[in-house]
Design a protein around this ligand. Structure first.
Ligand SMILES: [Zn+2]
Ligand SMILES: [Zn+2]
Length: 420
C-alpha cells in the first residue's frame, strides 16, 4: 500500500507541468476578486476551462456556481471536490504586482474587494486538479464531480446562497457523490505543511439577535420606567456564565460573544429598547442546541426579573465541520505521501466556521488545511485570513493540487473506501 505507482508519478508529473498555469490563474482571480453571489467573471473562467477539458458542465447553480462532471465510463465511486470562489469586502494592503484594486458595493457601502481568505487559490487548485484527472481519464474508474461554490463567506443580507443552496439545487444528486474533499489555505501554517483534524474541526456558528423592550423615562427618574440598558448589561454578563459555569467545557470548547449593543440617544433619557447582536460557536450539535436554550432562558428571565420583555432570534446558521473518522484515517497516509511524513500535522480546532459542513451533514467529507505562510515567518507574525495583509506563499498551490489529486486517485482506486 502507498508505494509509488506509475499512476501517482504520472499525476505528479502532470501537476508539476501545470504549476505555472495554476499560479497564473490564481493571480488572475486575485486581481479580479468578486464578492459572494457576484462571482460572474470567476465562474465564467471556470466553466470555460471545464468545458475545454471535456467535462459535463452545469452553470448558474446557486446563482453563480459551476459543477463539472468527469465520467470515466467505467463503474466506480463518485468523488466530489469542492472549491469556494468568493472574495471579501477588504481593501488589499499587500504590495504585489497583481494586488487587487477592485471595488464594489456591499450593504450600501463602497468597499475594496480582496481575496483575503485565499479562495482564489482554491479555484485555481481545483481547475488544476480537473486538468490532471481529465488527462488520466483512460486509467480511472468512477466519476469526479468538481463543485465550484459561490458565497462561502455568506450571501449578502437578504439573499440566499452558498453550500446550503447548492445542495438544495441538487449538487449532491445525479450522481450522488460517495464522499467529498475540500481544502483551505491557511495563514499561520508554514507552506509545505498540511494540517488536519479528525472529527469536529471547525465550529458551528449562529448569529444571536436580542431585543430588550423596557419603558422610556427621564434619566433622573429611572423608577418611572424600565431601563433596558442596565438589563442588557446584566444579560451580557449572564451570557458569559453559560460557557464558564454551565456547559461541560471538558467535552468541547464553546464561545458566546456579544459584538454590538445599540440603544439610547443622549445622557438623560433612558430608552425604550436596546438591541444586541452576538455569535455562538460550538463543536458539538447537542451542545449547540443546549447553549441556544440557555441563552433564551438567561435573556428572558433576566429581562423578566426587571419587568422588561425580551426577544431572542438565532439566524445565519452553520453546522459544525466534522471530518468523517474512517475517511480521515485513510486520508492521512495519502497526505503524508504527498507532503512528506513530517509535514502532516494534527491542527488545532478552529472557532471559525465553514459551509463545507453542509455537505458533510449529508455525505462523509474530509476538509483540511494547506499552509501558505513563508517558512520562518512565525505563526503570530503571519497576517491571518481576512486581513488586508493576507499573503500566500504560492508554493502551496502545487501541494494543494497534488494532495487533492492523490486523495481522489486513492478513493477511486478503492484505497479509501470505508470498511464494510
Ligand atoms: Zn473566510
Ligand atoms: Zn474561506
Amino acid at each position: 500500500m502507498n508505494q509509488p505507482l506509475p499512476e501517482y508519478l504520472q499525476a505528479d508529473a502532470a501537476a508539476a507541468a501545470l504549476e505555472q498555469k495554476v499560479i497564473a490563474w490564481r493571480r488572475d482571480f486575485h486581481q479580479h476578486p468578486e464578492l459572494s453571489n457576484r462571482e460572474v467573471r470567476t465562474s465564467g473562467v471556470v466553466a470555460g476551462h471545464l468545458a475545454k477539458l471535456g467535462l459535463k458542465v452545469q452553470t448558474g447553480v446557486a446563482h453563480t456556481g459551476v459543477v463539472g462532471l468527469l465520467e470515466t465510463g467505467r463503474p466506480g465511486p463518485v468523488v466530489a471536490l469542492r472549491a469556494d470562489m468568493d472574495a471579501l469586502p477588504v481593501s488589499e494592503e499587500v504590495d504585489l504586482p497583481f494586488a487587487s484594486k477592485a471595488r464594489a458595493s456591499y450593504n450600501g457601502q463602497d468597499v475594496g474587494v480582496m481575496h483575503a481568505c485565499g479562495h482564489d487559490c482554491h479555484v485555481a487548485i481545483l481547475m488544476g486538479v480537473a486538468e490532471v484527472l481529465a488527462g488520466m481519464k483512460a486509467q480511472l474508474s468512477g466519476s469526479v464531480k468538481f463543485i465550484f461554490q459561490p458565497a462561502e463567506e455568506g450571501p449578502p443580507p437578504g439573499e440566499d446562497g452558498g453550500a446550503a443552496l447548492m445542495i438544495k439545487q441538487g449538487v449532491l444528486e445525479n450522481p450522488k457523490p460517495d464522499v467529498i474533499y475540500g481544502l483551505h489555505v491557511f495563514a499561520g501554517i508554514d507552506a509545505g505543511t498540511i494540517a488536519y483534524r479528525p472529527g469536529p474541526a471547525m465550529a458551528s456558528s449562529d448569529r444571536i439577535r436580542i431585543k430588550i423592550n423596557g419603558r422610556q423615562t427621564h434619566g433622573a427618574l429611572p423608577w418611572r420606567g424600565v431601563d433596558p440598558i442596565v438589563i442588557s448589561s446584566q444579560i451580557v454578563l449572564g451570557l458569559q456564565t453559560i460557557i464558564s459555569r454551565q456547559v461541560d467545557v471538558s467535552l468541547e470548547p464553546a464561545v458566546v460573544s456579544i459584538g454590538a449593543i445599540r440603544g439610547g440617544v443622549r445622557d438623560n433619557i433612558i430608552p425604550d429598547t436596546v438591541e444586541m447582536l452576538g455569535t455562538v460557536r460550538t463543536f458539538n450539535e447537542d451542545m449547540r442546541a443546549d447553549i441556544h436554550a440557555r441563552i433564551r432562558k438567561t435573556v428572558d428571565l433576566i429581562a423578566q426579573s426587571a419587568g422588561a420583555t425580551s426577544e431572542v432570534h438565532f439566524d445565519n446558521p452553520y453546522p459544525v465541520t466534522v471530518n468523517d473518522l474512517p475517511l480521515t484515517e485513510h486520508a492521512v497516509p495519502t497526505l503524508e505521501r504527498v507532503a512528506g511524513a513530517g509535514n502532516v500535522v494534527v491542527g488545532q480546532k478552529i472557532t471559525g466556521y465553514e459551509d463545507f459542513s453542509y455537505y458533510q451533514q449529508r455525505i462523509p467529507g474530509f476538509f483540511y488545511f494547506v499552509g501558505i505562510t513563508p517558512k520562518g515567518t512565525g505563526r503570530k507574525q503571519a497576517a491571518p485570513n481576512h486581513s488586508p495583509r493576507f499573503f500566500v506563499d504560492e508554493s502551496a498551490l502545487l501541494l494543494g493540487l497534488r494532495s487533492l489529486t492523490h486523495l481522489t486517485l486513492d478513493y477511486l482506486a478503492g484505497k479509501h473506501q470505508r470498511a464494510t
